[in-house]
Design a protein around this ligand. Structure first.
Ligand SMILES: Cc1cc2nc3c(=O)[nH]c(=O)nc-3n(C[C@H](O)[C@H](O)[C@H](O)COP(=O)(O)OP(=O)(O)OC[C@H]3O[C@@H](n4cnc5c(N)ncnc54)[C@H](O)[C@@H]3O)c2cc1C
Length: 428
């Protein structure tokens, strides 16, 4: 049967992965449609403006040494902003200590004794020397137990893992992915002027210039593989489109719903077991900081994060406003009451910035946001790879679908890889 195709490529989801895939495919002269179910595009890289203050969806930083940064450069996307200094503090059961993430902190910290400092140095040395293939099926916890003996150094390594990956499940998460991301994070991060929306705006404008048809406010309900290749796509408003190929960048479980009975056993079995990485975030704008020197803190035993992003990026129309984020990294088994978590985060901020509530300009609390669509478990790469390529013509991308990376790096690298595989299908 011959079909009258609407598009060569239909991309589902206009977040970072969707836009990246759109760029690469449109540059190869394929006809491309990018479909987004929300009224606005950008996905989790959106920045919301509240009373003139720019709130990313919680704390967002780009790894300067990451594969994602290199892809952004390749696409001609310019990011401006500065790198926060590493001279922050450790937050340990209500008290603070210099963080030993730089030489001064290493010498002055009251968290570690001299023996533990040497052990910490040794562990950091192992991180830099780490070869991904050697940690194939290890969990991060197993790696930590091998390379650190003191409980305090183990806490520090777990904190560093959370900081780099947002995962708070060292007993599950892959050592390989965690250590690769820690290495990247230690290479420096950037907080972006105007928030991550600045990347989305550029990606959108360039996609449109490349001829990509971007349609927001209409999601995909159904993906039906056609006999002989290609797909019929049913949208939420009932419209039907025929496309030769699909690049799918939304969540793995939603994909099973869209495929329905067409889902293959390998997709069914793997995607239904995926668990996401979640966080609780408090985004805050203040007229001033009660303790202006206190810009960054990371919990040791407790999974907290605090950082003043506006010190390094333009994030408000009010030049004097301070934009900061407080976060709790959530374990997959966490069932905490959102009200309790909000009180917890406010309490952490009160300890770091006493009296902050008197300076509040804008704020929001999100108790359960998805940071990454898949917690990369040790040993799940083979199944992931099989599920990714199981259905010819359906290419999968997004922060959950990279065997090596997560977050922005996972979203962009998987989108580029999916687009390249698709382009070579057309060339064949
Ligand atoms: C609190 C927080 C902090 C973070 N910090 C960092 C950080 O510091 N560094 C970092 O690298 N990353 C960070 N991230 C992660 C980063 O934001 C994401 O990894 C990235 O934005 C994911 O992009 P994506 O395109 O894969 O997915 P998404 O942005 O989720 O895009 C998928 C899109 O698909 C759309 N969609 C869903 N269903 C359908 C449908 N049926 N039809 C059409 N469209 C559909 C969605 O609406 C969405 O727009 C953070 C995330 C959070 C929440």
């Amino acid at each position: 049967m011959t079909y009258k195709w609407n598009y060569d490529v239909l991309i589902i989801g206009a977040g970072l992965a969707g836009y990246t895939a759109a760029h690469f495919t449109a540059k190869s002269n394929l006809s491309v449609m990018l479909l987004e179910k929300s009224r606005t595009t950008g996905g989790r890289a959106k920045t919301n403006i509240m009373n003139g203050h720019y709130f990313n969806l919680g704390p967002h930083a780009v790894y300067r040494k990451g594969v994602g940064y290199a892809i952004l450069e390749q696409l001609g996307i310019r990011v401006s902003g500065q790198s926060p200094k590493l001279d922050g503090e450790l937050y340990d059961n209500g008290s603070t200590h210099a963080a030993p993430f730089y030489l001064g902190g290493m010498l002055s910290t009251t968290y570690l004794n001299w023996k533990q400092r040497l052990e910490w140095l040794n562990a950091v040395w192992h991180i830099f020397r780490f070869v991904p293939e050697h940690a194939a099926d290890q969990t991060y916890q197993q790696w930590i137990e091998k390379h650190a003996h003191s409980e305090k150094v183990r806490h520090l390594l777990r904190s560093l893992g959370r900081l780099a990956t947002y995962c708070h499940a060292p007993e599950l998460v892959s050592a390989k992915t965690t250590l690769s991301h820690i290495k990247q994070a230690l290479g420096g991060v950037l907080y972006l002027d105007g928030g991550w929306q600045s990347m989305i705006d550029q990606l959108h404008n360039r996609a449109v210039m490349l001829g990509v048809e971007v349609k927001a406010g209409n999601g995909v309900k159904q993906i039906e593989p056609l006999a002989g290749g290609g797909f019929r796509i049913v949208l939420t408003d009932g419209e039907e489109l025929l496309t030769k190929t699909v690049i799918y960048t939304a969540g793995p479980q939603e994909l099973l719903g869209m495929l329905g009975d067409h889902a293959l056993p390998v997709q069914q079995s793997f995607f239904s077991r995926i668990i996401p990485v979640k966080g609780a975030v408090l985004d805050v704008a203040l007229s001033q900081l009660p303790r202006p020197q206190r810009l960054f803190a990371i919990g040791t035993e407790e999974p907290y994060y605090y950082s003043v992003h506006s010190n390094y990026a333009r994030l408000s129309d009010n030049r004097n406003a301070v934009i900061l984020h407080v976060q709790k990294y959530l374990h997959p088994a966490d069932q905490a009451d959102p009200k309790h978590v909000k009180t917890e985060l406010e309490h952490v901020l009160e300890q770091l910035q006493p009296g902050w509530k008197s300076y509040k300009l804008a704020w929001r609390f999100m108790p359960h946001v998805t940071v990454n669509q898949r917690l990369p478990k040790a040993g799940d790469n083979e199944e992931l790879k099989q599920a990714l390529t199981a259905m010819p013509g359906l290419y999968l991308a997004g922060d959950w679908s990279s065997p090596d990376y997560m977050l922005l790096d996972g979203a962009l690298s998987s989108a580029k890889a999916a687009a390249e595989r698709l382009i070579s299908q057309f060339e064949r």
